[in-house]
Design a protein around this ligand. Structure first.
Ligand code: NAD
Length: 490
């Protein structure tokens, strides 16, 4: 029976991209990977032809038909008007999971943590990367941090399934939910909920600051780590740096249908065209791709030959060390050295056993029915006065009999009632109004319901009195549970 080859979109990229891609495709071919490369145009030339995202329109059709992309790094042209090609690809193709294995190759690549062998799974679509930013007053700009339940469920389910499929033992979640109780709190809560379905996997949670410090100092204690987008971006670079192998790491961007695989480094224009770049990062990415498309055996053959090449001291200039390496070679000579060792295994480094992982299927999101109750509003005012007590008294009087001013904060610090004279204030005041009816004091501090018309009437009164409302946020309870952070002393 003739085996059909998997068609893979191949973007040769810019700078060192074409050189390392040629080397990687050569290794894949010699190792017997059952793939057929379909060239995809993306990068500098496409940007400069006037396509602001840097992706040729024909690429979308190809990726629709053949949803696997092996991508070499591209150069982002200097100057405004260009979009990030990677962010466009991730969002357009719903590549929600960024998977980055980081392993030490000591003593061949020096590192402080020779036993380090972890995988970072970063949420790839939401968080502060939604790019929703506004200037609201002369003093204040804001960026919206959006964390969604379906987004959390997808990435956390993926992380547990990945941990199980790879035979790994422990999954650590990192957030800052001691401060961001709603957004990071949701991520952590979903981690606990879904974690209950995976009792065989050891689970823990760390606050991101100490977690990142431990990744930097004793990364060998981690196995798999799952994080929201921004923390994942930072921690994955820390981990790669600590492994001493920024040039050796690959990453996978996984979606429900499409997947994109690339090295973590850029297009290295400083060494482009000289045939000296290290193709290892892209090769690691290609091995992840092979595993993803069910050719884990070929991936393992390549990985083990690559480890044997490292051990034999055949090194490209970036990792060459006098007295330690045996030969300094260029990109293609390195690729040939890997090809020569196909079928061999490393003698000292841990051998890779890459099984052909079954695709990870994420169940469709099921939105639960909830009772949503409007209980108040935060109105943000652009106000250049200095005395919050004066502001509080005026807007309290404007609230009418049905609403009451609960508090005013400036940059999240309560300044009314009973603020401190030392608190620095900007021109951006968050004024919380709730129903004037008595609040029912429960553990979750439930307020009485209000109507949207009451908010409109309140806004009208403030507007007519000359206040500049720059934003409003409604306060809701969901099934009786508060869906907003409390101000100090509330
Ligand atoms: P870079 O990763 O390209 O280079 C940083 C340093 O590492 C340079 O000294 C370079 O020579 C070296 N280096 C990188 N890869 C190497 C390899 N395989 N072998 C040997 N040495 C290697 O980062 P940069 O200089 O900040 O960025 C250059 C360009 O790449 C920019 O246009 C940037 O936007 C782009 N970039 C693209 C991607 C991507 O496509 N995923 C990622 C990062 C940066």
């Amino acid at each position: 029976m003739i085996q059909t080859k998997t068609i893979v979109g191949v973007a040769h990229g810019d700078g060192i991209g074409p050189e390392i891609m040629e080397a990687v495709l050569h290794i894949l071919h010699k190792a017997g990977a059952s793939i057929q490369a379909a060239p995809v145009r993306m990068g500098k030339q496409v940007y400069e032809s006037g396509v602001s995202a840097g992706i040729d329109p024909s690429a979308w059709e190809l990726l629709h038909q053949h949803p696997i992309l092996l991508k070499a790094p591209v150069t982002t042209p200097q100057g405004g008007g260009y979009k990030s090609l990677n962010v466009t690809l991730r969002k357009s193709l719903s590549l929600f999971a960024n998977v980055r294995p980081v392993r030490a190759f000591s003593p061949y690549v020096p590192t402080i943590s020779p036993k380090m062998d972890l995988v970072i799974i970063r949420e790839n679509e939401e968080d502060l990367y939604a790019g929703i930013e506004h200037q609201q007053t002369a003093d204040v700009v804001q960026c919206l941090k959006l964390i969604t339940r379906p987004g959390c469920e997808k990435i956390i389910r993926y992380a547990f399934e990945y941990t199980r499929a790879q035979g790994r033992k422990k999954l650590t979640c990192m957030t800052k939910d001691n401060i961001m109780k709603q957004t990071d709190g949701l991520f952590h809560q979903v981690f606990r909920e879904i974690g209950a379905e995976y009792p065989e996997i050891e689970q823990d949670h760390m606050i991101i600051d100490i977690g990142a410090a431990y990744v930097a100092q004793r990364p060998e204690q981690f196995d798999v780590i799952v994080l929201p987008n921004l923390y994942g971006d930072i921690v994955s670079d820390i981990a790669a740096q600590v492994a001493g192998s920024v040039g050796l790491a690959g990453s996978a961007n996984i979606g429900p249908r499409c997947a994109m695989f690339e090295a973590i480094h850029g297009s290295a224009p400083d060494i482009a065209g000289r045939g000296i770049a290290n193709p290892s990062g892209l090769l690691q990415a290609a091995c992840m791709m092979l595993q993803h498309i069910g050719q884990g055996d070929v991936a393992a053959r390549i990985s083990n030959a690559w480890l044997a090449t490292l051990e034999d001291g055949i090194h490209t200039a970036d990792i060459f060390r006098d007295g330690f390496s045996r030969a300094q070679v260029g990109t293609m000579a390195f690729a040939n050295a890997v090809v020569d060792r196909l079928g061999e295994s490393p003698q000292h480094l841990r051998k890779e056993v890459l099984t052909a992982s079954a695709p990870i299927i994420i169940p469709p999101y099921q939105r639960a029915a909830v009772q949503k109750t409007l209980v108040g509003v935060d109105l943000f005012l652009d106000w250049v006065g200095e005395d919050p007590q004066a502001l509080g008294q005026v807007i309290s009087n404007l609230a009418g009999p049905e609403m009451q001013l609960k508090m005013i904060t400036n940059r999240g610090v309560k300044v009314y009632p009973e603020g401190l004279k030392d608190t620095f204030c900007t021109d951006h005041w968050r004024c919380r109004f709730v129903s004037a009816k008595a609040t029912v004091a429960t553990e979750v501090k439930t307020y009485s319901p209000i109507s949207y018309q009451q908010i409109l009437d309140l806004c009208t009164s403030l507007h007519q009195a000359g206040f500049d409302i720059v934003k409003s946020e409604h306060l809701y309870e969901f099934d009786g549970v508060r869906g907003f952070s409390l101000g100090q002393g509330e």
